[in-house]
Design a protein. Structure first.
Length: 96
């Protein structure tokens, strides 16, 4: 059964179509793209880290890969980017 997309309008007036119940406006998300290691991640992966309170590489290094993958919105495609960012700053994921 296919989901039909519905037209929505965000508080900033952007109109967009979505088939899920995700309330995030794609246009607002583009405008809010951060810098640093977060900029290399997809929006769902970035929001997953932010929701878990992970805002720095130092904080990220206290987690194992397995723990990060359990976060809702985090996918396997984000791990190489995170590993590279950690390595660049002299960190790594915690061993399981």
């Amino acid at each position: 059964m296919a989901s039909s997309k519905t037209l929505r309008t965000c508080p900033n007036g952007h109109q967009y179509y979505k088939s899920s119940d995700c309330p995030v406006c794609p246009e607002c998300e583009k405008q809010n793209k951060p810098g640093g290691f977060f900029s290399a991640l997809s929006a769902p992966a970035r929001r997953a880290l932010e929701a878990a309170g992970i805002t720095t590489l130092q904080q990220l290094a206290t987690y194992s890969e397995k723990e990060i993958l359990k976060l809702h919105g985090m996918g396997k495609a984000s791990l190489p980017r995170l590993k590279e960012a950690l390595k660049h700053e002299g960190f790594s994921f915690k061993l399981s």
